[in-house]
Design a protein around this ligand. Structure first.
Ligand code: SF4
Length: 106
């Protein structure tokens, strides 16, 4: 689902790195912090779970080149002033006022 929100220029940066999914860079970025013991990843289907397993099974932190790519993609996102909401709707389950937060962001 998130992939559809990836701007074309950001997609190209990740494609130039190789075969790994855009999500893999985000998860490996988060997992690479010193002392990190657990990273949660929302998965919607079997393909996403298999993707996560493919790079988390024998975890490798981001290389310097991959870190640079993540920085470039971050700058692209910042330049577009996106609201960092992926419409997972987790917030709606607990909202005491039933505000459709992701719909309002969209
Ligand atoms: S604002 Fe709500 S729907 Fe959007 S990412 Fe956060 S929890 Fe998910």
């Amino acid at each position: 689902m998130f992939f559809s929100f990836l701007p074309e220029e950001a997609k190209r940066i990740y494609e130039d790195l190789g075969e790994m999914s855009p999500a893999s860079y985000a998860l490996r970025f988060a997992t690479g912090f010193d002392g990190m013991m657990m990273v949660l990843s929302g998965m919607s289907d079997m393909a996403q779970m298999q993707d996560n397993l493919s790079f988390m099974k024998d975890f490798q932190p981001l290389s310097t080149k991959e870190q640079e790519a993540v920085k470039q993609v971050t700058e692209i996102f910042k330049s577009k002033n996106f609201i960092p909401c992926i419409a997972c709707r987790y917030c709606m389950e607990k909202c005491p006022k039933n505000i459709a937060i992701p719909d309002l962001f969209a």
